[in-house]
Design a protein around this ligand. Structure first.
Ligand code: NAD
Length: 485
């Protein structure tokens, strides 16, 4: 692996503490970092290198998957870290940063391979990219790469503007847009699941699949993020990015090989085939909800508009459900149902595939539907629902579930996998601009409909599975959300 300088903007922030340092440390323990590796943390706060080391150490003790108890390993890891105060708007600070980066490159004999990780608010992405360019930090005799976090814009127009800003300093192949769902083991497994299992491969089409349901439900409310969330809602926070990414990963046609070019091409094809919702139809296919007070795990929780930081009469969506159609050869006429929400009954990200009853099949009403269930988060697992005869019940049919669960394994976290890939220059599980643009294009009419109040805001009590209208969305097609308790 190439010796690398890792320059982290937002080094004193929450994401760095909870995800990025633990990911780097776990890679270090697993010998997956380059041997020569320099990490320079940047933030607004003034910190000495020693104070920064303490900060990183604390993050590892609290959040790392691997134990940070061995002082010699910990010190070897921390040695790579330096800290500088930097204001993202001051180009002079970047010139000083360049001196430090170059000094460390000399000390460690690193070719100028520079990874810039922007773990800061998105409004800074443009100015940072342009200052990297202007200060000379971006002129390297090795490679340069930019990792950025979501959100990428708040609508189609702002996403395009942001992309233009980044493109003036970085080329598309140098930009690594993180969607951490793409780093989850089960999401990375979807392609293999289909390609290496003839049973599934044979059934993976509209001949055998009745519908597909994708759910990402959270039990938490807005927590401390009301300032951001009250202007974003479930549609921007989850749907435009994570949910549509899961849809693409699930439904893309098998790539010839699992590399960045092929996978991204196939994902783009899905988005190009996604039927655009017509203005007059949107309210038939989209459910918009907001939680009211309720009970979760025996505890009373307030309604959304009573949460600190939320506007008293906010009409922001904390839940969205959608019916989508992919108009291609494999998926035409198979409805995809997607829902995501806060303060729901269960924390779970899951895909359920419901299989069709074959034409002329038995009309036995006691027969359960065949299901393939893929659990993505917090548990990873797969189960298949079949039918059998129960010998103790006069041969009555009973559903059986064949389970596989991955919860025992201490698998790498998404950030670990993704940072490792970025350092190796593998962008297979990062989001291409085409996907971002096509996702916003699809979502834009829904944002407009929300803005014009054309979709009623449905209340749902905290601790439920969302508004009744979400159930009715499926009932209208003769289906039901599976596994809702
Ligand atoms: P945060 O507010 O905790 O940290 C922000 C960081 O930016 C701090 O280090 C701060 O010093 C730095 N900063 C702020 N203004 C600056 C300035 N003018 N000059 C230099 N540095 C400045 O934010 P966070 O939660 O760590 O989020 C970082 C990014 O990651 C955001 O884009 C966010 O949307 C995204 N993100 C965060 C999470 C999460 O779980 N925290 C999840 C997904 C995406």
């Amino acid at each position: 692996m190439d010796p690398t300088s890792f320059v982290l903007f937002g080094a004193t922030g929450d994401l760095a503490k909870r995800k990025i340092y633990p990911a780097l440390y776990n890679l270090f323990i697993d010998h997956k970092l380059p041997e020569s590796f320099s990490i320079i943390g940047l933030g607004r706060r003034t910190l000495s290198d020693e104070e920064f080391h303490k900060h990183v150490e604390q993050s590892l003790i609290t959040f790392s998957r691997r134990s940070a108890n061995d002082p010699s390993r910990l010190n070897a890891f921390l040695q790579a870290f330096r800290y500088r105060t930097l204001d993202v708007n001051h180009v002079e600070d970047y010139r000083k940063l360049l001196e430090l980066v170059q000094r460390r490159e000399k000390e460690l004999n690193i070719r100028e391979n520079r990874m810039f990780y922007l773990s800061v608010a998105p409004e800074f992405f443009g100015v940072i990219a342009s200052n990297i360019n202007e200060s000379g930090l971006g002129s390297t005799d090795g490679w340069k790469r930019l990792i950025i976090e979501k959100p990428f814009g708040r609508d189609l127009e702002s996403a395009r503007y942001l992309n233009e800003q980044l493109s003036s300093s970085f080329e598309e192949h140098e930009i690594y847009r993180i969607d951490h769902y793409l780093g989850k083991p089960m999401i990375q497994n979807l392609e293999i699941l289909e390609s290496s299992n003839p049973i599934l491969k044979a059934l993976w089409s509209n001949h055998y699949i009745a519908n597909v349901q994708i759910t990402a439900s959270e039990t938490v409310g807005v927590e401390e993020r009301a300032g951001y969330y009250d202007h974003a809602g479930a549609i921007r926070d989850m749907f435009q990015n994570h949910m549509l990414q899961i849809l693409m990963m699930f439904s893309m046609q098998l790539p010839k090989k699992c590399d960045a070019h092929e996978v991204r091409f196939k994902k783009r094809k899905v988005m190009e085939s996604l039927r655009l919702l017509q203005k007059e139809d949107i309210s038939h296919h989209i459910v918009r909800g907001q939680y009211t007070a309720g009970e979760i795990e025996g505890k009373h929780v307030p309604g959304y508009t009573q949460e600190p930081g939320v506007a008293e009469f906010s009409t922001n969506d904390t839940f969205i459900a959608a019916r989508l159609w992919i108009d291609d050869f494999f998926w035409s006429d198979v409805p995809f149902y997607i829902r995501t929400g806060k303060r729901m009954k269960e924390k779970s990200t899951r895909i359920v595939v419901e299989f069709k009853e074959p034409l002329g099949g038995s009309s036995d009403q006691t027969k359960a539907r065949n299901l393939l269930v893929i659990d993505i988060n917090p548990n990873e697992g797969i189960f298949i629902q079949l039918n059998r005869k129960d010998p103790l019940q006069d041969g009555k049919l009973e559903p059986i579930r064949i389970h596989y669960s991955d919860s025992e394994k201490n698998a790498p976290e998404a950030y670990e996998t993704l940072i490792f890939d970025a350092i190796r220059g593998d962008s297979t599980f990062f989001v291409h601009w085409d996907e971002v643009e096509l996702s916003w294009k699809w979502v834009q009419p829904i944002l407009d409909a929300f803005e014009e109040d054309r979709i009623p805001l449905q209340a749902y009590p905290a601790g439920s599975n969302g508004p009744a209208a979400s159930d009715q969305l499926l009932e209208a097609d003769g289906y039901t959300w599976w596994l809702d308790s």
